[in-house]
Write a protein that binds this ligand. Structure first.
Ligand SMILES: [Zn+2]
Length: 56
């Protein structure tokens, strides 16, 4: 899975004026889900289903 940083670098993601992550292709703000057994959390787009790993 690509990281959020990868997505931003590839212009798949951008941040809006409130610093929220946006899926550029869908113009949709990303949802967040945790990964209980693994490090980090996942940001995902409900329109296209793409996911990006967010490390904390
Ligand atoms: Zn999308």
């Amino acid at each position: 899975m690509e990281t959020v940083r990868d997505g931003l670098r590839a212009n798949e993601l951008e941040k809006d004026t409130y610093d929220r992550l946006i899926c550029v292709g869908c113009d949709r703000s990303l949802k967040l889900r945790s990964r209980p057994d693994e490090i980090g959390s996942v940001r995902y787009c409900i329109d296209c289903g793409d996911e990006w790993l967010e490390m904390r």
